[in-house]
Design a protein around this ligand. Structure first.
Ligand SMILES: CC(C)(COP(=O)([O-])OP(=O)([O-])OC[C@H]1O[C@@H](n2cnc3c(N)ncnc32)[C@H](O)[C@@H]1OP(=O)([O-])[O-])[C@@H](O)C(=O)NCCC(=O)NCCSC(=O)C[C@@](C)(O)CC(=O)[O-]
Ligand SMILES: NC(=O)C1=CN([C@@H]2O[C@H](COP(=O)(O)OP(=O)(O)OC[C@H]3O[C@@H](n4cnc5c(N)ncnc54)[C@H](OP(=O)(O)O)[C@@H]3O)[C@@H](O)[C@H]2O)C=CC1
Length: 407
């Protein structure tokens, strides 16, 4: 240890390259000790974890010093009637927001008492959109024409990079001399961003060679990955999922202590009109809360919460109550790859019967998407109910505020 600490101090050893000279567990320990000394802090808890470091440092993290822990709670049982998820589930939620799990749990009670959430995936496709520079608008148009005329070649090159991924289609967009090629893939059980980027790079190289356009970037932001964007809301990205439930007046009163009419009015004035007035892309109350908590528990990429949050919550009046639905245009989930192989995340996926590759391929990722959509519906119901009953502040005072330590 001392020898490596000395080398780090005199800069003859790079901090991030410790794994090249030490086994992973020791490299992480030396790095943590160095950071503790440099910053005068103690990282006792950051240094306590059970995950397999060998795997994490190869696939998931660079310059690792340890792990932070986020409490995981469950909400459920949640009855789901999807095409891939059909049964009762306990939804794992990793969060530090007191009252969130209680709220989703309450929504799950209502959904299950109502007979379950109906869920359907409307479309499924992960996108990557390289940007090319051309010499003129005429050249730009010729690149678009080449792409349209060469779909088979584009498909063959894209699919040569992956045994699971399939090219669904392409869309071109031109702005002056810039040409954007939005490639859409069926990535089966993988969320698919690495897969789509590798395939997209191969396609871009061919397009540049064949058309004389210059590849500027394999991501031209028309994808659009990890940024709020209307294109994802309109066309969908990842999985587009809808979930709905018929809530009777009685359930609104017994579970949410309010009425169907009040839930409906809160939704209209808050989620629809309020969001429109704010210029929002998301017309919901707290979709991001449920998506973030399930994503963190289940090893998904948390940056994709920004896309998942563009959910629309609707309330239709029906006989003896309301039909409440959530529409999530861009939900990016996978059950292989990324963070899904880490032990705690894998256990949370196993809770849902959705860890690893499904049979057929793609069925596990779709199952996960359906369950998360039903969870989002549960969160929407409970928060709309709490706002309608005027209980939000009280709930967070009671559940979300322990004694605040003074430092
Ligand atoms: C807190 C509750 C649920 C109380 O709700 P309640 O109806 O007063 O409590 P209850 O004791 O009658 O229990 C009803 C059900 O809630 C669940 N429940 C109740 N307590 C627990 C608990 N400790 N742990 C787990 N589950 C719990 C449980 O399902 C229970 O049914 P039971 O099983 O007893 O038949 C309710 O007031 C509520 O949901 N409030 C809303 C809180 C909320 O949704 N917070 C989310 C975060 S808010 C935010 O981050 C976004 C925001 C608000 O800024 C977005 C925006 O702008 O709108
Ligand atoms: N590169 C980028 O631009 C970005 C990367 N990311 C990161 O990408 C990672 C996720 O990428 P992703 O491509 O999902 O994962 P991985 O890069 O981990 O690749 C998953 C691979 O698993 C293989 N596989 C095995 N079984 C299956 C199955 N049943 N269904 C589908 N694939 C299977 C596939 O191999 P094969 O292809 O050979 O069939 C697939 O490519 C995350 O860590 C995320 O944070 C996020 C955003 C952008």
């Amino acid at each position: 240890m001392d020898e490596y600490l000395a080398a780090l101090r005199n800069r003859t050893q790079k901090l991030y390259a410790l794994e090249k000279v030490l086994p992973p567990a020791e490299a992480v320990k030396v790095r943590r000790t160095f950071i503790e000394e440099e910053t005068g802090t103690t990282l006792e808890h950051v240094g306590a974890y059970t995950m397999a470091i060998d795997q994490a440092v190869k696939k998931n993290i660079e310059n690792m010093i340890g792990a932070v822990q986020i409490p995981v709670g469950v909400a459920g049982p949640l009855r789901v009637h999807g095409e891939y998820a059909d049964g009762e589930y306990y939804l794992p939620l990793a969060t530090t927001e007191g009252a969130l799990v209680a709220s989703v749990n309450r929504g799950c009670s209502a959904i299950t008492a109502a007979g379950g959430a109906e869920v359907r995936i409307i479309r499924d496709g992960m996108t990557r959109a390289p940007v090319f520079a051309t010499d003129s608008v005429i050249h730009a148009r010729s690149v678009v024409d080449w792409v349209e005329a060469n779909q088979d070649r584009i498909r063959a090159v894209a699919e040569s990079t992956t045994s699971h991924g399939r090219l669904i289609g392409t869309m071109t967009s031109v702005a002056g001399t810039s040409v954007y090629l939005r490639l859409e893939f069926d990535t089966k059980d993988a969320m698919g961003m690495n897969m789509a980027t590798i395939a997209g790079t191969a396609v871009s190289t061919m397009v540049a060679e064949e058309t004389g356009a210059r590849l500027i970037s394999v991501s031209g932001n028309l994808c659009t990955d990890k940024k709020p964007a209307a294109i994802n809301v309109v066309l969908g990205r990842g999985k587009t999922v809808v979930a709905g439930v018929h809530l009777t007046e009685d359930l609104c009163r017994t579970i949410f202590k309010t009425s169907a009419a009040i839930i409906s009015e809160v939704n209209m004035r808050k989620n629809l009109v309020g969001s429109a007035r704010a210029g929002a892309l998301g017309f919901n109350a707290q979709a991001a809360n449920v998506i973030a908590a399930t994503f963190i528990a289940c090893g998904q990429d948390p940056a994709h919460v920004v896309e998942g949050s563009s959910c629309i919550t609707t309330v239709d009046p029906v006989e003896d109550g309301i039909y409440v639905a959530v529409t999530i245009p861009a939900l990016q989930v996978g059950t292989v790859g990324g963070g899904t192989g880490l032990a705690t995340q894998r256990e949370c996926l196993a809770l849902l019967g959705a860890n690893g590759g499904g049979e057929p391929a793609g069925s596990h990722a779709k199952k996960l998407a359906e369950i998360i959509a039903a969870g989002v519906l549960a969160g929407e119901l409970s928060l709309l109910g709490a706002l309608g009953a005027g209980h939000l502040a009280k709930a967070h005072q009671q559940l979300g505020r322990g004694e605040v330590p003074r430092t």
